[in-house]
Ligand binder design. Sequence first.
Ligand code: ADP
Ligand code: ASP
Ligand code: MG
Length: 472
Amino acid sequence: MCEKMIVLKFGGTSVGNGEMIKRVAKIIKQKKEEEKNVVAVVSAMSEVTNALVDISQKALTVRDLAKVNDFIKFVKDKHYKAIEIAINNKEIKNLVKKIIDSRIEELEKILIGVTYLGELTPKSRDYILSFGERLSAPIVAGALRCLGEKSIALEGGEAGIITDENFGNAKVIKLEVKERLLPFLKEDIIPVVTGFIGCSENGNITTLGRGGSDYSAALIGYGLDAKRIEIWTDVSGIYTSDPKLVPTAKRIPKLSYIEAMELAYFGAKVLHPRTIEPAMEKGIPILVKNTFKPEDEGTLITNNVEINNKIVKAITTIKNVALINIFGAGMVGVSGTVARIFKALEDVNVILISQGSSETNISLVVNDEDVDKAINSLKKEFNGIKKSGFLRNNLIRDIEVDKDICVISVVGAGMKGAKGIAGKIFTLVSEAGANIKMIAQGSSEVNISFVIDEKDLVNCVRKLHKELIENN
Ligand code: ADP
Ligand code: ASP
Ligand code: MG
């Protein structure tokens, strides 16, 4: 039965208001008519997760109940308005409203609790963030019922996504997707699953990392051996660069899993980086489509590498990252120093690494929010060497942090073995007036990444795009 099954994921803008939810319900219904079995995965309505992040931080630090009240009003208005437009059957409307009311009431209580206690654990933060999807999914399921479909809203855990308790970036430890979802599909019911969230074996709600609804869709597709995973978003596929940054960027009709993985990992926000792996393992095609323009073809991601004369396929960027430079003679011939650096950073997501040719420095790029954790862990690891203290021992002399930087990556399977491409890239960067602070080439050789000042990002990306993609 699953061979004729597809997973459809709709992002925040796609379910951003009542009209959009109606449109999404129609797409799901039409797909069901074509494919027989569909599972929908939905994000929180646009802006809701950001607002939840913001209010949980404010509840902790500002501790002003008026802020919680304003936030609750915003969430209520947004979801009520959506219900009003997306659900035109009185009975269904009342039912959905009841669910939304009780969830918002619960959210309010938790936020008041954080405000009074001044305490926010990673576990309670994940629980707060889960409300975005837990409020949008029942509305989408209600809109489907208004179209005459049978539908049920399910949480990630209820759909069989079982994770560890690494709150904020939980890892999947078990998938019980088939057991949980097949009974609904057999009854012709369309499950509408909350993206972004899973559940631990202890029953705690966890989140899979920002933008993680794409990953949820891939996990469900994997669990059900789906025929296809469709990612419905606000652009017509994966482009040669972020179309918001480079207006001349073009849609890429086809990509290989590896290329898409590199693009996602190095900043193409249109796909969460962890989305590709489950699909690739089972050879499930991923199709990226535009909810606003369903007639557009989108981007198809499969195992096939498109051979064309283009060496460079896309240029991506990562912002909100920092460069950490570790200097010290201890890295010359002292075995184990580098290993110790990485051991110290085992809980930090290191985006790029490069070691200077003199071996006296190592550069790392990490997310802004991980900088303090990284520095503290390095201090802890190297402190005990000489009692004179950190940074004055023989191994590590100094650590510098530069927060005003960004990463640019040039990606394309054709770059493998292509001579002179690195030289060309670096000449163009310098012509764009930017100074390269670090370079790294992925071992897959399908990308070259480098760090420049964030102020030079737009100029540099547009220049590279023009010379390496448009004029080629
Ligand atoms: P959703 O809410 O549907 O998950 P996201 O905002 O997470 O959508 O991702 C879609 C956005 O990704 C686009 O609006 C676009 O600005 C951005 N983006 C970044 N790089 C690319 C790229 N190479 N191709 C397409 N979109 C990109
Ligand atoms: N709502 C979550 C976020 O904004 C997950 C997602 O949209 O994919 O990060
Ligand atoms: Mg997204």
